[in-house]
Ligand binder design. Sequence first.
Ligand code: PLP
Ligand code: COI
Length: 337
Amino acid sequence: MENIDWGNLGFSYMKADYNLRCYYRDGKWEEMTLSQDEHIPMHIAATCLHYGQEAFEGLKAYRGVDGEIRLFRADENAKRLKSSADYLMMQAPSVDMFVDAVTKVVKANERFIPPYGTGASLYIRPLLIGTGAQVGVSPSDEYLFVIFVTPVGPYYKSGFNPMKVIVDRDHDRAAPLGTGHVKTGGNYVASLLSASWGHDMGYSSVIYLDAKEKRYIDECGAANFFGIKNGTYVTPKSHSVLPSITNLSLTQLAEDLGLTVERREVDLAELATFEEAGSCGTAAVISPIGSVYDPKEDITYSFGDSVGKVTTELYNRLCGIQYGEVEDTHNWVTIVK
Ligand code: PLP
Ligand code: COI
């Protein structure tokens, strides 16, 4: 694509050539189709519109150093979509169907995969929605699985630099036994006001605390939190945290580096003891955290002005695997042919 400025892409929507669609009707999945239409026709009483019966995923395709197209752990996204769908009483595609659909739509949009070395990639957004008409609060009997793709650059304009974060004690993104562990739109709409407040206060992201005790770290914006201290990678264990595939991968890479991994409750006050901190997710991979401000206690926890050694090493290893520069010893990558 000669007219795309790959090196300056943001994290925003750009029309690619095709999206993929597949309906679940009359108890079975129909044929997958590729479409150039960016709109979906929908019944005015569809359950996704009124009752939020929807789940989505996010993964990327990378153009590697060898020119090959790589998908990163797409099977894990398939499993997470199934887990979201089960909790929201929706039908989900099988792992094979999901991976097949992702592969098809990536191939159909090959000219939108950013070239190696531009720092950009092709973001893949699978979406599952209840399309059947209901007025009572009950699950749909019809579902649409759709995937669009769009080329993206870095999630944060500041790139791989430490960001300032603020603790939000006035909003919860998810309830202790609610939907935080699944990837459904309601969690994200519940975070809008909070993110906007954080930005107005001059911060790139907010930390959510557990909704019950307001004591333990849950998530950092739409990303998991991790901290590093004494050769240990620590990340919160909480029912209301989305199980991040990036975090899952970083815990493995941390072990490969000889770190101990602890998945447990992380008291906000423990921030004072971390040497490095970061947030992680597909969009940004790792966003290093430079400082966390807690307005209630008027305390700032600082982790330095430059990115820590362990965070940098983890970032380089993970990106290296995704771009085919580092050996994929855990078999995380699938080459799209
Ligand atoms: N937490 C939330 C709330 C998210 O939306 C995401 C993004 O998907 C993540 C964490 C990171 O998950 P992953 O690494 O699978 O992208
Ligand atoms: C992530 O990929 O880390 C995200 O949080 C995606 C976001 C745009 C919902």
